[in-house]
Design a binder for this molecule. Structure first.
Ligand code: NAD
Length: 497
């Protein structure tokens, strides 16, 4: 029997370890360099890479790394050095994962784990994968998105003998073939799955259901993947436990509130290039995303109106000094409209007909459902594509409405996700894998679980250390008085942050 691993949570020592890294400079340019590389992955000037791009699919080429290993499929192995630089830059900002590596030096909580994964193949993922290996796991990886792969990073992983099957712009056939190559390999059977979107999980269900005999659990990252798992669970077909990392508190706060608080300004500047001071802004929805966007714009001197359907969130908006209104009542006077509801048809053609000349309209909420863009595709309205992610919609009287990202999620289309936010996600994934892999028999049934609160707190504590922050420790007496364990969890699962 393998011993049950328990995480050693040592806040004060780790704080000191992290503080020594704080003097590193260039975080902003680092973020920029990474994001640039994700859209311009062959910008290293390697002419071989450029030539290869037009050639046959990587699938049909013999690929071999420096050590003679062929168990991978990437765009161009020669990009490995460039990819290694990107990974090292990402490591600087992913301090929590680096701390996990250090803390595992004696112990290998993932020894014996064989993880098959399907996530974005980027520098940040590479830091996660190399961490999982330091923690004792063997991994095989495919991309969950054919556009986000950083080819140079995939090359760097392949050069390190990491079985990765991914390149930017895979065809649909290639996509499934890459997933298949990860799973269908002689003499190696996965016992853990890390998925983002559920494609890997469902491929295994469809093609290799026998593998589930050995699989101890699934860690799923995306809302879509979690819906698919719940679906399986309801149908009684989920045969292993799964952890939903998307809804862990730390990740939610960073993805929805803090990330949007920063990226709304960046996205609006990059696209519409507007001045925020004194502008009137209508924000539809005052949940996490709406609160982040409102806080940023209010801080920049904008006059913020909020629309809400929920009286609790509406009251919060009032208490935060914002003006609660119906969109129809303010839409003719505002300069910017931002949807953050997760709902559909929030901004309709009748609202856009009332907007004033130059009004900017964009979506920070759900995919492309919030603004009724279809209603703008009619003969009487002209579309003028002004620049990337910016279209002017011109009414017969000459009025222009500025539509950003054609109503898709603005910051995902035109801004970058800071590595720090991705670090939260990656750390959460690593801890969920450790938890599921080491859980004693019976702790988890064939169902979908949230990350245990204590681990959620641990993710936060690892990141807290970046700020030279000093957490207060409960005394024994206080812990007893509060009925808490001195080292957490500090809040019940129903606590609302
Ligand atoms: N842009 C990003 O980077 C990003 C990040 C995280 C989440 N999201 C997406 O943003 C959306 C909102 O996320 P959240 O965490 O803020 O959700 P949330 O549930 O906390 O907030 C949404 C709010 O919108 C309100 N609402 C719903 N319909 C409305 C309507 N017709 N008019 C006015 N208000 C309405 C709800 O009452 C709720 O308070 C989701 O679709 C989520 O997937 C985007």
């Amino acid at each position: 029997m393998r011993k049950v691993y328990s995480l050693q949570i040592q806040y004060p020592e780790q704080t000191r370890e992290f503080n020594s890294r704080l003097t590193k400079t260039g975080r902003r340019s680092l973020s920029h360099s990474i994001s640039q590389s994700s859209t311009d992955s062959n910008s290293s000037g390697d002419s071989d890479a450029e030539n290869l791009e037009d050639e046959v699919s990587p699938r049909d080429r013999l690929q071999i790394n420096f050590k003679g290993n062929k168990d991978f499929c990437v765009k161009n192995i020669k990009l490995a050095d460039y990819g290694r630089q990107e990974i090292e830059l990402a490591e600087d900002e992913m301090t929590a994962l680096m701390a996990l590596r250090k803390s595992a030096q004696g112990e290998k909580p993932l020894a014996g784990a064989k993880i098959v994964g399907c996530t974005h193949v980027t520098a940040q993922t590479a830091v996660l994968l190399e961490t999982l290996m330091v923690l004792g796991a063997q991994c095989r990886w495919a991309a969950c998105n054919i556009y986000s792969t950083q080819d140079e990073v995939a090359a760097a992983l392949a050069e390190q003998d990491f079985p990765v099957f991914a390149w930017k712009g895979e065809s649909e056939d290639d996509f499934w073939s890459c997933i298949d190559h990860c799973v269908n390999v002689e003499g190696w059977e996965p016992n853990m799955i890390l998925d983002d979107g559920g494609d890997m999980t469902h491929w295994i269900y469809k093609k290799y259901p026998h593998l589930f005999k050995k699989v101890k659990g699934i860690v799923e990252e995306s809302i879509t993947g979690i819906h698919r798992l719940h679906h399986l669970s309801k149908a009684g077909k989920l045969c292993v436990p799964a952890i939903n990392v998307n809804d862990s508190v730390t990740k939610q706060k960073f993805d929805n509130l803090y990330c949007c608080r920063e990226s709304i300004l960046d996205s609006l500047k990059r696209t519409a290039d507007v001045m925020f001071g004194g502008k009137q802004v209508a924000i539809c929805g005052y949940g996490e995303v709406g609160k982040g966007c409102s806080a940023a714009l209010k801080a920049m001197g904008s006059v913020v109106y909020v629309t809400e359907i929920d009286p609790i969130c509406a009251l919060q908006a009032c208490m935060d000094g914002l003006r609660l209104a119906k969109l129809g009542d303010v839409v003719s006077q505002v300069d910017i409209v931002i949807t953050c509801t997760g709902n559909k048809n929030v901004v309709l053609r009748e609202h856009m007909d009332l907007m004033k000349n130059g009004c900017v309209v964009c979506n920070m909420g759900r995919s492309n459902t919030e603004i009724d863009v279809t209603s703008l595709r009619t003969p009487e309205l002209a579309w003028q594509h002004v620049r990337a992610q910016v279209d002017h919609i011109i009414w017969p009287d000459g009025k222009r409405v500025v539509l950003l990202a054609e109503g898709r999620v603005l910051n995902l289309s035109s801004s970058t996700v800071p590595i720090y936010v991705l670090s939260i996600t990656a750390t959460t994934q690593a801890l969920a894998l450790i938890e599921l892999f080491n859980a004693p028999e019976g702790r988890y049934k064939q169902d979908v679980y949230l990350l245990p609160k204590k681990l959620d707190e641990y993710v936060a504590s690892l990141h807290l250390q970046t700020f030279d922050a000093h957490l207060t420790e409960l005394t024994d007496d206080q812990a007893k008085y509060m009925g808490l364990n001195k080292y957490g969890p500090f809040k019940p699962s129903f606590y609302r942050y």
